[in-house]
Design a protein. Structure first.
Length: 203
């Protein structure tokens, strides 16, 4: 329901993981294989000399500075800009508005209901259930219309279809109170908290 670039995130995380794995393997080889250490010293020395030659050959006329530093600075600024843009895309789609309608009554005006009303009402109704290990409710903006996402973590042995039907009844009651039907996504999942939590017993 969000506009978070999940595919791009997975690609970037995968590339970062591959790089970290390669660095880790290289460090292990440098510490345990003498031949790799000798190769690294030879390669790093040649690379350093090549960089020095590149900077020396790109100096401004009559000055000791190299214009390659300007290129490096511009590249870093572009990289920082891309990172800021990528961070700004994370988690987009959240909304604070559930209902926005015009009331042409005796006193015409806009009627607005915050998404926090629905979130708190549903959280309060779900918090007292002993068959749930956790529940979160959030409001999102989907193609210009508000929608709710309800994420549930049932305890072991709880029937998902029965739980989903009861949550649908809660949402229907909320729609009656609000006066407008809101699209809802109900996500029923399982995690470590679900597997290791104990169900409460009533005696």
């Amino acid at each position: 329901m969000t506009s978070t670039p999940s595919v791009l995130n997975r690609i970037l995380i995968g590339l970062l993981g591959v790089k970290l794995l390669a660095v880790g393997i290289l460090l292990v080889l440098l510490a345990s294989v003498p031949a790799v250490g000798n190769w690294w010293h030879a390669w790093s020395g040649g690379a350093w000399n090549g960089m020095n030659q590149a900077f020396n050959s790109t100096r401004f006329p009559g000055r000791p500075e190299s214009w390659l530093w300007i290129v490096v600075a511009i590249a870093l600024v572009i990289l920082i800009g891309l990172m800021v843009a990528w961070i700004a895309q994370q988690g987009k789609g959240r909304s604070n508005l559930l209902v926005a309608e015009f009331d042409p009554g005796a006193v015409p005006g806009d009627v607005r209901i915050s998404g926090g009303v629905a979130e708190q009402a549903l959280k309060h109704a779900l918090a007292e259930r002993p068959d749930l290990a956790g529940a979160t409710v959030a409001t999102y903006d989907v193609q210009g219309s508000p929608a709710l996402k309800i994420k549930l973590q049932p305890r072991q042995g709880v029937a998902p279809h029965l739980l989903g039907a009861e949550v649908v009844a809660l949402v229907a009651a909320l729609d009656t109170v609000v006066g407008k039907q809101t699209p809802v996504l109900i996500h029923i999942g399982a995690g470590a908290r679900t597997r290791f939590s104990r169900a409460e017993r009533v005696r």
